[in-house]
Design a protein. Sequence first.
Length: 710
Amino acid sequence: MTRVYVSLLPVDGSQKFVYNAGDARVVVSLDRSMKVSDSYSLFMYNSQLMLMGQSATGTDEDCMERAGRTLKAQLHTRYVWIPGEYFLLLRTSQDVVLRFDLVLNEHRAFVVKGSRLCKRMSDEDMLSDMLPARRAMWWRLCQRPGCRQLKAWAVQRAKENTVRAYCDSGIDGKMELNSNLLIASRSDLWAHTTALLLKHLGDMEGSLESVNCAELFDPTKNEPYEQLHYMLGDGRTPKSDDLFGRLMESEKKHVFYFYKIQALNEQGGRNLLKAILRQWPGSGNTAIFTGSQQEIDTLMEQNPSISEQFPPENRLAEELYTREEMLTLFCWECEVAKLRLTPEALDRACHMLSDAYRQGVISSWSMSDMRRYVKTVVLPAYVRNTVGRMQQERQDHGLQYVWAEDIDTACLPTGNNALDEVMGRLSLMVGLDNIKENIAALTSQMKFYADRRQLGLPTDNDGSYHALFTGNPGTGKTTVARMLGKVYHALGLLSRGEVVCVDRTRMVGRYIGETEENMKQILQEARGNVLFVDEAYTLYKQDDERDFGRHAVEALLDVLSRRNPDMLIIFAGYQKEMDELMRMNPGLLGRFPYKFRFHDYNAQQLMQIAEALLARSQYLLTDEARMMLSECIAEAAAHRSETFANARWVEQLVRNGIVCAMAERLAATPHTMERSVYQRVEAADVQKAYDRFNPRTVDIRQRRAIGFCA
C-alpha cells in the first residue's frame, strides 16, 4: 500500500501558531505492486480547489527527489495553511493517479484519512493533467476567491475537450461545444479577468474582443451608433443591423466579451441586442456576457431568444468568499502592499478575521473591500508603529516586518454583524417609531426569504423593494434612506449600499437628448446604491407634453419594472403632492410596494435633537438656557407652518444661531481662556438665536420691493 507523509516546515518559530505560511514537505513510499515510473508529479489542493503547491521530477522548478520507491518533495506555496481538509494527487508517467485525503489539525499536523486510485477522466485526472498543463492560467484561477463554480466548469470543460480531441476526425472539423457563458459578478474587473482565464482554460477559439455596451449607443449624438462603428473602424454610415458586421464577415473566429450589459436593457440597447442576435448565434463565434446577477436575470427574462444560447451549466456566478479564501486574500493583499507579516502577526490577523467572518462582519466582503482594509488599516498601523520603533531603536533589525501589535483588533465592526450595527443606529434616532417598526418588519421578512432560499425553498418575493417617503422637510427621510441602503447591502440586495441624491435640476435637461444623457449617468452612478429622488412630483407635469421630465420618469419606470435591479429607488416629498403624483400616473403607484410616512417631530423630540447636537460638540446648557431653549422650541412647534423644517430647523438654530451668538458674546466681553467658558451656553445666546431663526418671523418676512416709490 502506497503511503504518504506530509509535514509543514517551520518558519521562525511558526510551529506554535495555528495559522502558518511556508512550504510543505511530502514523503511518498510507493507500494511494491506499483510500476516504477519515469516521472512523477504531485499536486496539493484544499477543499476550495486552490492549488496549494506542486512538484515534479526532472524539472528545474519544484524539483522532486526519488530514491528507489521513495519520493521526497518540497511544495512551495504562497498561501496560508488553514486547519481543514486537503487532498494530494500523485500522477505517474503511465497516467496512474492516486488521491490522498488529508486533514490539517490545529496542531499543524496532517492526518491521512484515506487514499484511492482514480479513474481515467475523473476530476482528479483533469486536476493533475489537463488543467496544470495550462499552468499560468490555471494557477491564476485557483488563487481567485469566489471561483469554486468556475473551477468546476473548467474541470468539466477539460473533460469535454478531451472527448472532442478523440472525436476529431481531422476532415469534418472539430466537435462544436457551446462555450457561451453568463458570468454574474460584483465588479467588472473581477469579471474581465475571469472571462480571460476561462477563455484560455476552455480552449475557446478566436481572439477576445471586449465590448463596452454602455458606449455603443449615445442618444445625445445625431447618429447614436457612431461610437460602435468608430470602434470597429469601418467608417461607414452607422446602422444598428451592421453590428460587428466587419468582424463577423472575416474568416477568423472571435470570443465577444460583453460588459456593462445594463445598457442593453435601456433605450437603444434593444436594437443593439437584436443586431447581436442577428449576427452571433450559429456563426461559430462565442459570446461571454458579464454583469451583476440582477442585470443578467433581467436580460434573460426580457429576451428569451438570447437565453436559449446559454445552457444551465454555462451560467456561472461569483460566489461569496469562504473563510479560507478570505484569509488567503488578506495575505495576497498584504503581499501586494509590500507588507511582510511575522508568524505571530499572521496568526493574530487570521484569528481576528476568522472571528469576524463567523460573526458575519466580513462574510460579504469583496476583493476591493479587503484591499481597502489592508491599505487604510493595516498599512497605516504598520507605518505608525514602525516610526515609533525607529525613534526608540538604533538598529534597523526587524523594521521591515509587520508585527502582532500592528494588527489592530478594534479595526473591524464589533457588533454581531453589519446589519445589527445599522439597526442599532436606527433605533437611537429620535422619534420615527412607525418608521423603525416598518423597517424592522421589512428586514425580518427579507432575512426570512434569504433563509428559505438557502434551504432550497421557494419564495413569493418578487425582488422589488422600492419605497415612497412622504413627509415635511427635516423629518429624517434622507438619513433613513442612508440606513436603508446599508440594511439592503448587509442583506445582499444591494452591491454597494450608498445613497445618490438627485432632484429635477440634475435629472431634466434643457434640450432634446440632454435628459436621456443625464439619466444614463445617474443610473450608472446609482448601480448597487439607493437612488433618492427628492421632490419627485416635480418630474411630472400632466398638462405640459413638451416638458422633458416625462423622459426622466420613463427611464425610472424601466428600472422600477425589473426584478432585482441592484438599485433601490426612493421617491420623496410632501404627502399631498406625492399623492397627486400617484393619481396622475397610476403606473407608478404599483412600482412602490413600501410606503413610509414621516411625521413631524413634536416639541419634546425637537428638544432631544437640540440637546444631542449640543452634547456632541461638548456644549453645556445652563439651567436658564435649557429652559429658554425648551420654551423657544415649544413656541416654534406650536405655530409651525407647512414649510417648517423640523430637525433641520433645530440644527440651524443650534449651529448657526446659538453657537454664533455665543461667539459674538465672547468676542465682545473680556474673558479668560478657560475650557468651561467656551462650553457654557447662556440664556441670552438662546434668545438671540431664536430672534434670528424664529420660523414665524422668517415665514412672514416680506421681500423688499423693486422699483421706485411714489
